[in-house]
Design a protein around this ligand. Sequence first.
Ligand SMILES: Nc1ncnc2c1ncn2[C@@H]1O[C@H](COP(=O)(O)OP(=O)(O)OP(=O)(O)O)[C@@H](O)[C@H]1O
Ligand SMILES: [Mg+2]
Length: 295
Amino acid sequence: MSIETFPEVVENGTYRIGRSVISINHENEDNPFVPGPQFYISAGNSLERISWAVSQSLPVLLVGETGVGKTLSIRHLAHMTRNGFRRVNLNGMTTVDEFVGKLMINEKGTYWINGILIEAMEAGDWLLIDEINACLPEIAFCLHSLLDDDRMIVLSEYDGRIVRPHPDFRLFASMNPNENRRYGGTKPLNEALLDRFPLTLKMDYLPFDAEVEVTMHQSGNEDRALVERMVRVAQDVREAMENEKIFSTFSTRRLIDWARMAAQFDPMEAAASTIFSKVNPFDAKVIEDILDNHF
Ligand SMILES: Nc1ncnc2c1ncn2[C@@H]1O[C@H](COP(=O)(O)OP(=O)(O)OP(=O)(O)O)[C@@H](O)[C@H]1O
Ligand SMILES: [Mg+2]
């Protein structure tokens, strides 16, 4: 079995992948935000590029369909380099109060509570902003000043305090591509914000062999021949989507759900509740035909 992976090397206090090197943050052992180990296969060059950006203190924007491993890759890297990892989802529900902070009042007067951005900046943790393209304009504005060369936030709502990030703080953002508006509530990322990410990485689905490994491992389904057929179905569905025949994609996450159930049920029966129940009737028909070709 050959999966083209960049070997990850941990030695002499550094983490190395391809041409990128990051110092391991050994002082962080007690930080509860450092993620534990997770099964992860590094395929392709995205982890090498993300690591390069981390080593240069640059923010990174990851663009890719749901379930291609955007979150997992940052989480994995935080684990390998012992950095705190926090996430916030900026789908329209997250307010600037939650993101930056807010002024509160008690009997002694007013006091300030940090939002997740300021907390991560001061603690020196990594922050992943999911669905950045759904963020409110006030939040986008705030990110501008952090992403600009002066790299700071002015707490003008509070006492005008200037917050500069701890040297270990890193900012990552992710979004689904919005070409054909398949993802409810998302919109194109504001050009000015996009322009402030020096590195924007398009992430793709795992290559066939790697996806078979991940699906078998995560689903517990040990029937390799069956899982290989399932991955082929997923690939054909993705191709149909790229050719604009359907709107639904087929994530690795969905594949794992299907394979887990197919370990005990007939694959068609398992598909009813893990695939067809999640797509519109038109797409279901096309996917059913694809399935019939393989099963
Ligand atoms: N490289 C990989 N190694 C191991 N598992 C993977 C990998 N890529 C994806 N997966 C599997 O796919 C799942 C989805 O990955 P993840 O949550 O990182 O996707 P995402 O791109 O962040 O999706 P979304 O846009 O929905 O947030 C993971 O929980 C994992 O089971
Ligand atoms: Mg994610």
